[in-house]
Design a protein around this ligand. Sequence first.
Ligand SMILES: [Ca+2]
Ligand SMILES: [Ca+2]
Length: 190
Amino acid sequence: MIAMTVGVRRLLVGFAFFAVTATAVTAGERPETAVAPVVTGDGEYTGAPALLADGVLPDEETAWDCSLNVFWIDSSAAFLLDLGSVRRVDHVAVSVDNNDTYRIEASTDGTTFADLAIVPADSGRVEFGMECFGSDVARTDFLSSMAFAPREARFLRLSAIGGDGAYAAGELQVTSMPLPAAGDSCAPAP
Ligand SMILES: [Ca+2]
Ligand SMILES: [Ca+2]
């Protein structure tokens, strides 16, 4: 029951954070707009890849093979999240099985990827099962190995690169902003 409460609170905090960022925009900056990422999977896995972007996070310490997760034992499996257009990615957060190492990469074209964030095995607070981690230093689950400077990307790729051979992810959240449209200018009026 405690775990359930934590999960619901995380969800609510997530919505509250979104609401704040959507309205607290400085002059000349476009507001964050909702995107509905399309997620596809490569390799062998169980569960719909769309689970990684449905806004539902499994409770902390949930079993790795719970129905809210995509889970896999194929070490070559990877999941591609498409934001639909190149955007400025500010932060990412994930829910993953806590005894594995996960890598998040970013790409503008879906072909060339660069490392964005790493979630090392056993880096969190829980003893077992699913755990959330984020790249935003303001989060209580911030991981320094996930921190990155805002960068442009359309695609994010999640994969496991170490651990016990039983991997799982429940969500890959991306905080992003549209790029300025051509002709946009912040120059003050004469
Ligand atoms: Ca989910
Ligand atoms: Ca594991």
